[in-house]
Every structure is written in structure tokens, then in C-alpha cells.
Design a protein around this ligand. Structure first.
Ligand code: SAH
Length: 315
């Protein structure tokens, strides 16, 4: 699902996504009901439409055996993929470079704004979630963090990551090293309390159901150091959601994500759009998420007379 796992039919797919997006302008909701983005319609990769995300989730994971099957299918899909950059990028190895470079700009901003020189005297620690073969760790995280842990449920991916990043590898030094390799899916993972400055989650959260998404982030908050943050980098649907029947993952819209963040008690500290990807792929966004609400600038009395541009109250 990451970039374009639906590539064989991607032009059709995109057209379908657009056609559903355009329906939303006339989408009506029952009066007096709180409008939620989960009420928005979505599609699957075969072009089937769902009226709401709830309808899709009930069908896909509505009982415990379906849910087990959902996660089993997701991992099975990746077990059949070669452990290469091309493999984890769905045949789009060429997005590796712009992906890393855009992430690096974002990370640099976050580090300079959020981690004072003082904090940087402590070892900086990151967790790479759904790390695949360790592409993001190897090309980015290991250069900025003193320790990186990797979490990945597909064992042949994690083994490849261990071979390129583990003890004795050129990327591994006393100051910058991959430490723990966890072969666990996100929905079953609880990080050690207060270990991480950054928890990086890229192109894997679509495998989690909404409920598991929320409970993962709620648990993982305790894994952050004070002032630490999550970085979520994901494909974004134009509206509603797109279910990928092949790898059992869901691409959510920006609004859908924001509703889930609020259910997790998380705040968007900053976000940034990925640039420089080939046409035809999903849009990609990075969100930096914090547990604390953003500080609002104190309201100061304007020294400039506001008489002329203050809106008048109609009595
Ligand atoms: N983040 C990596 C890999 C992306 S490919 C990168 O950007 O290079 C998607 C990854 O999500 C695969 O490695 C896949 O095994 C992993 N994945 C699938 N289901 C998962 C789950 N339930 N929890 C965590 N990771 C999962």
C-alpha cells in the first residue's frame, strides 16, 4: 500500500478515487449528528464503494477470526516480497532519494526546534516502526540518533536489517548504532517507558485497524521521553479511505488521520507534504505529533489602533 502497491491498475484506481471524491461535495449527513470523517465514503482497490469506514471495518475485521485473518494476510503479503529497497517501496526504488531528503529536512526542523543543546548531550534514541529492511534507519535515523531500535513483523526483512545495521556493520559505531531488533507487529508492541526521543512510523500504520491505531499510540506515548514526539509519514487518500485488498491495508485521508490523532490525545505539532514523487502516486504527508497541546502565543493588546479593521457587531 505504501507508494503504489496498486500500480497494475493505478490509473483506473486514481480515476475511481477522484470520482468518489467528487461525490463528497453532495454527500449528506443526518441532521443533528456530529459529522465525522469516518462517515465519509471510501473505496477498495477493486473499485467497490463503501458508504462509511465503519461499514468497511465491520466487513473486514468485524469478528475476532476476521481480525486475525486481516493481520495474517498483511504479514503474508510482505513475506512474499523480496528484501530490497525496490521490494519495500513497491517497485518504486526511485522514490527512496526524495523520500529521505524530504524526511531529513523535516527531521532537522524538529530537532532544532524541539531538542535543545542540553537535550542533545543525552544520547538521542529513535524507534523505526514497520522498519522493513531498515531503509529509513540506514539512510536517515542512524545519522541523527545515537541509538535506533527497529520493529518489524516480517522476519526476513528484519534479518536483512540486522545484516546491514547490526554489530560489525559500517553504519554501526559507538556513537550511532542500531540496538534492538523487535520482530513484532505494532498492534502487539509496547515500548519501554521513556526510551525514545522520536518514534518514526512510516508506511505501515495502514495495516492497523482504527482501534489498534488508537491503542498503539496511547501505549506508545509512554515510550516517549518528555518532549519527545512521533513522526508519522503516510500516503494520504483524497477523501475517506482506500482499502487495498491485496496487502490488507487502508490509506486514510488527512481528515481521517486528524480524527484518529484526536482520539489518541495527540496534537499535530507540524506537518509537511512530500515533494518530488512521480505523478500518479498517492500524496504523502509527514506529521510530527506531540502529547502536549501546542503553546498558543500569549494574546497581547495590539498597539495599533484596530478601530478601522475590527469587524462591527450587529445587534
Ligand atoms: N517503513 C519501511 C517499510 C515500508 S513497507 C520503509 O519505509 O522502507 C511496509 C512495512 O510495514 C513492511 O515492512 C511490513 O512488513 C510492515 N508491516 C506490515 N504489517 C505491519 C504491522 N501490523 N505492524 C508493523 N509493521 C507492519
Amino acid at each position: 500500500m505504501l507508494c503504489c502497491y496498486w500500480v497494475p491498475s493505478f490509473s483506473l484506481f486514481r480515476t475511481r478515487e477522484l470520482s468518489v471524491a467528487s461525490q463528497f461535495s453532495s454527500f449528506s449527513f443526518a441532521p443533528n449528528r456530529k459529522i465525522s470523517c469516518m462517515d465519509a465514503a471510501g473505496l477498495d482497490s477493486d473499485g467497490r464503494e463503501f458508504d462509511t469506514a465503519g461499514e468497511m471495518w465491520r466487513e473486514q475485521v468485524g469478528d475476532p477470526s476476521k481480525k486475525t485473518q486481516w493481520y495474517r494476510d498483511g504479514v503474508s503479503y510482505w513475506e512474499g516480497v523480496t528484501a530490497t529497497v525496490d521490494g519495500v517501496l513497491g517497485g518504486f526504488a526511485n522514490v527512496n532519494e526524495p523520500d529521505i531528503s524530504c524526511s531529513e529536512d523535516f527531521l532537522n526542523t524538529l530537532l532544532s526546534e524541539r531538542f535543545s543543546a542540553d537535550a542533545r548531550r543525552q544520547p538521542l534514541v529513535a524507534l523505526d516502526c514497520g522498519s522493513g529492511i531498515g531503509r529509513v534507519t540506514k539512510n536517515l535515523l542512524i545519522r541523527y540518533f545515537n541509538e535506533v531500535d527497529l520493529l518489524e513483523p516480517v522476519s526476513h526483512f528484519l534479518e536483512t536489517a540486522r545484516e546491514t545495521l547490526g554489530l560489525g556493520c559500517p553504519t554501526n559505531s559507538d556513537m550511532h548504532k542500531a540496538v534492538n531488533f523487535y520482530c513484532v507487529p505494532l498492534q502487539d508492541f509496547t515500548p519501554d517507558t521513556g526510551r525514545y526521543d522520536v518514534i518514526w512510523i512510516q508506511w505501515c500504520i495502514g495495516h492497523l485497524t482504527d482501534d489498534d491505531f488508537v491503542s498503539f499510540f496511547k501505549r506508545a506515548k509512554d515510550g516517549l521521553k518528555p518532549g519527545g514526539l512521533f513522526v508519522l509519514k503516510e500516503n494520504i487518500a483524497r477523501s475517506g479511505f482506500v482499502l487495498d485488498n491485496e496487502d490488507r491495508s487502508v490509506t486514510r485521508s488527512d481528515l481521517y488521520f486528524k480524527e484518529l490523532f484526536s482520539r489518541c490525545g495527540l496534537h499535530v505539532y507540524k506537518s509537511k507534504d512530500q515533494k518530488g514523487f512521480p505523478e500518479g502516486l498517492f500524496a504523502v504527508k509527514m506529521y510530527a505529533l506531540t502529547t502536549e497541546a501546542p503553546k498558543r502565543a500569549p494574546r497581547t493588546k495590539s498597539k495599533i489602533p484596530t478601530k478601522t479593521n475590527r469587524p462591527r457587531t450587529i445587534h
